[in-house]
Design a binder for this molecule. Sequence first.
Ligand code: MG
Length: 313
Amino acid sequence: MRKSLAFLPVLAALVAGPAQGVDIHGHRGARGLLPENTLPAFREAIALGVDILELDTGVTADGVVVVMHDPSLSPDLARIGGKWIDTPTAIHAMTHAEIHEVDVGRARPGGKTAKRFPDQLAIDGTPVPTLAEVLSLAAVKGPPTLRFNIETKLSPLAPDETVAPEVFAAAVVAVVRDAGVARRTIIQSFDWRTLAAVKKLEPEIRTSYLTATRNWLNNVEAGRSGASPWLGGLDIDDFGGSVPRAIAYLHGDIWSPYHRDLTPEALAEAHKLGLEVHVWTVNDPTQIRDLAAMGVDGIITDYPNVAIEVLRH
Ligand code: MG
């Protein structure tokens, strides 16, 4: 009896497959299903059973951390007084009271988001939430193991668009601390300057280094002379072009590459250096399965329902 029982954990591991340990992040809540970065989307992601809520942040003129993807209101998503906005206004130039009047409960009909996510349900009258509101919702609705992957949205190429990196990091860290969730929080950014600031302020918060090496975004800039403005003063060529080596040098915790940029060799190198690798944004069930089989540690998806179906059933 004892002998046969000893095999149970092995059997369980075989049945579950390698995907068992993959963290599923609900991207902007559950963008494929509900309006991005809203309380209904986060509520849905929690109900589906994600491991991690992924969300984006900005800081208002009066220092409130709000949850929104772009540094400015998007004409594709934002209505004020029932009317679609025409021109983007920077969050940085608006007060929280003004932002709270913005309805982001529906993608503009015929717009980019509506076309990309045709099944996304609209909930008119949904305001832009604050980070504190999302963390409060999670405290009530989420399991005590729920984690948060909070992105600082700023660009070294557009310093006037947002608050400065240190101010941004301090604002986000203060909200996370107030909610008592530092140990369950990751802060991620393409702009690595904010991650350096987070590490100084709150070592309990894990840091995740976002990268893309695409024609639509390349924050790594391998092979170009000098430091990339995105990497907080580092020149990736000093690390033989290796992003994992640069992150390990910075004592970071996680590498978060665009999923098509990741090779098995780079994944192995990251793991060898003690880093986790969480890829974005993967919505195709076959790609989700393949990346899990490759051995990634986390998958950021607009369709957590699909990822859960593929990886947990
Ligand atoms: Mg994000």
